[in-house]
Design a protein around this ligand. Structure first.
Ligand code: ADE
Length: 420
């Protein structure tokens, strides 16, 4: 079977639009372009199969093409039912990549598409949120054999992998791409900061200035969301469970308070915790009429939707990606993108220049794990510092920005404990 026959996508006639989207992002991903050139020459994945589960939009498509340029046979699926773009999928199939993905499949089909991706029997894996790895280690252990290792994109996925490593069930090495400096400092903070507000703004078409925004969770993503909310003119409240992060938010100039108090004040709520039920029944009870809820964490569990439904007398779609819940006391609460990642389910994800660094790390980490999988063993490992730094250097070069280097005297001063 050829790639077109094997693939499962919504509509191949959408391919021209998908090609244009990929072309646009490629022009804004100079670091990944350099890696593609290296891969074309060196063919690090020659003869290997790579399975990818990532948010299947244009930047991801370009990463898949770069891995293919390195000699791999690539099969790809989504990592969230609402973040897959059908036109991009069709274009990728035309580019020779096997695609198992559709926008908004039902939960069974979504899972089947992931399993089909694994049934291609990959040597290497790129995962976002840990679903491919989890399926391989639970219901499809028959497909484990032959997997050399992989790379994981996100905080949530790394938490799952570390739990597997701890109880001894992880069967191959995984590189924690999320924990590289060139990932979380830029993607989690500036990427999420911009793309979350892009998603909320294009979906609601409402003003943010003067409103109260409650950011739940002050990790790197929460910091970005709060910073950009402030830039849009909002009054920002941060809620936290970690005392140090709460002090950080306070010193960054934000109001900090428990969720039950913030719930009464917010016009917009953004959950960015990686945890479940951070907004729940007791909070809905005190929210203002018209409050707007959105999630930027990996899974759609951060606000408890069943409890919201139970407190509602009805719900309706009032605009694309906006559900209105009519509460029994007459108030209305709005949920964006069904509580799925608002930046991807109601937007195009992070800007291309940001994903340039993230996906350069992904590509380099995949090569690293393929070169070193036997030496690493079944562990979760960090991206080697040299690779992280190389991405930063390539980025600076692409920006035309130079930096200084230490003189020999400065180096010996730093190395010495006697000189002062
Ligand atoms: N585009 C592709 N993957 C993404 C991610 N994990 N976050 C934001 N945008 C993306």
């Amino acid at each position: 079977m050829n790639v077109i026959e094997k693939s499962i996508v919504r509509d191949m006639s959408l391919a021209p639009e998908g090609h244009l989207k990929i072309e646009w992002v490629q022009a804004h991903m100079p670091v990944l372009n350099r890696i593609r050139e290296q891969f074309e020459k060196e063919q690090p994945f020659k003869g290997l199969k790579v399975a990818i589960s990532l948010h299947l939009e244009a930047k991801t498509a370009y990463l898949a093409k770069v891995v293919k340029a390195g000699g791999a046979e690539v099969a790809i699926t989504g990592s969230n039912p609402l973040s897959t773009q059908d036109d991009v999928c069709a274009a990728l199939v035309e580019d020779g990549i096997t695609v198992f993905a559709k926008y908004n499949p039902d939960p069974k089909e979504y899972k089947d598409l992931m399993v089909k991706t694994l049934e291609t029997k990959p040597d290497l894996i790129i995962d976002d949120g840990g679903d491919l790895v989890t399926i391989l280690h639970s219901e499809r252990q028959d497909l484990l054999e032959g997997v050399r290792g992989g790379a994981e994109e996100t905080t949530t996925g790394i938490l799952r992998l570390k739990a597997m490593e701890k109880d001894g069930s992880l069967k191959f090495p995984m590189v924690a791409v999320n924990d590289a400096f060139c990932k979380y400092l830029f993607d989690n903070r500036y990427g999420t900061g911009q793309s979350v507000w892009d998603g909320i703004n294009r979906t609601t078409n409402l003003v943010v200035a003067g409103k109260t925004v409650v950011v739940i969770g002050y990790g790197w993503c929460g910091k970005g969301v709060a910073m950009r909310a402030k830039g849009l003119g909002a009054n920002v409240i941060v809620t936290e469970i970690d005392a140090i992060k709460a002090v950080e938010a306070y010193m960054d100039g934000f109001a900090v308070m428990p969720m039950i108090e913030a719930a009464k004040l917010g016009d917009f709520f953004v959950t960015v915790t990686g945890n479940k039920d951070v907004i729940r029944g007791e909070h809905y009870e005190v929210m203002k009429d018209g409050a707007i809820l959105s999630n930027a964490g990996h899974f759609d569990v951060e606000f408890n939707k069943p409890e919201l439904e139970a407190q509602s007398s009805g719900k309706r779609t009032v605009r694309r990606n906006i559900e209105e819940y009519q509460l029994k006391d007459g108030r209305k609460i709005y949920v964006l993108a069904e509580g799925r990642l608002v930046n991807l389910a109601a937007g195009d994800g992070h800007p291309a220049e940001i994903m340039d660094m993230t996906f350069a790390l992904q590509a380099m980490s995949l090569k690293y794990v393929n070169d070193q999988y036997e030496a690493i063993g079944s562990k979760v490992v960090n991206v080697p510092y040299e690779l992280d730094e190389q991405v930063a250097r390539f980025k600076l070069e692409s920006l035309g920005t130079g930096i200084d280097s230490l003189t020999e005297e400065q180096k010996s001063y730093l190395d010495s404990w006697q000189e002062h």
